[in-house]
Design a protein around this ligand. Structure first.
Ligand code: 2F8
Ligand code: CA
Length: 235
């Protein structure tokens, strides 16, 4: 049995009503654009907020790290300045060039001041390592020569008949190293002509063999005099 089909009148209302078109004519139904299903804002917002929070935290940590690192470095510097500061007496001069709350630059009694450093010549002779240890025990190190003026200053108070270890040595392959990690500058050096001349002589002395003071590579094990140097103390 054929099923009975009922038709009802169906009208499609053209909402655009564009001119020239009969709104009553049976036009094809306009397909309404399917609205894009936008992702729910919740997770994105949460992610962005978390990222912002993370960034803020990272910046805070960085700032705190820099702040405490500076404080730590300052403390370390002060500790180094105070290391071996069991001197009974300081000799100070008023220094107008100083900033902040420091007014005096000092050297321990019996040390010689020059520029920003103090110098001391121990009485006893010793090999290079012992000489460095002796300086270290006084909060100093073997002398690092920074300039001709500095070298001239110190040699004026040395004995021309002695040789003095300075803080320059070669751990091997002629790689000259200063004890305080100052870069070895091939230009500001004061080798005697013909020196350094022996890769088995790995420590440096300053001496006056003929007419002038200069450097010579010399065995580290030989006992020599030495020059200790430390930074001035500012109070
Ligand atoms: O003539 C320079 C030469 O003099 C001595 O050797 C003979 C030095 N030796 C020591 O200091 C032990 C050499 O280092 C120096 O090069
Ligand atoms: Ca030599």
């Amino acid at each position: 049995m054929a099923s009975e089909i009922m038709y009802a009148e169906v009208k499609f209302k053209n909402e655009s009503n564009s001119p020239g078109t009969d709104s009553n004519s049976a036009a094809a139904p306009e397909v309404k654009p399917t609205p894009h299903l936008s992702k729910p804002a919740g997770p994105t917002l949460l992610f962005t907020s978390l990222m912002a929070l993370f960034l803020l935290l990272a910046i805070s940590f960085l700032v705190a790290f820099i702040f405490y690192f500076q404080k730590y470095s300052q403390l370390l510097e002060e500790n180094n300045a105070l290391r071996g500061l069991n001197y009974t007496e300081l000799s100070c001069t008023k220094d107008h060039s100083l900033k902040k709350d420091k007014f005096w630059s000092c050297c321990p009694k019996d040390w010689k001041p020059f520029s920003s450093h103090c110098y001391f010549i121990p009485t006893a002779s010793a090999n290079w390592s012992e000489s460095e240890e002796k300086c270290f025990s006084m909060g100093a190190h073997l002398m690092v020569v920074h300039s001709k003026e500095e070298q001239d200053f110190i040699t004026k108070i040395l004995n021309v008949h002695d040789a003095y270890f300075i803080g320059l040595s070669d751990p091997g392959h002629r790689q000259w190293r200063w004890v305080d990690q100052t870069p070895y500058n091939g230009i500001a050096t004061f080798w005697h002509p013909g020196e350094p001349n022996n890769d088995k002589e790995q420590c440096v002395i300053v001496n006056h063999p003929r007419s002038s003071w200069g450097w010579n590579d010399s065995p580290c094990s030989v006992k020599q005099k030495s020059v200790c140097q430390r930074k001035k103390i500012y109070v």
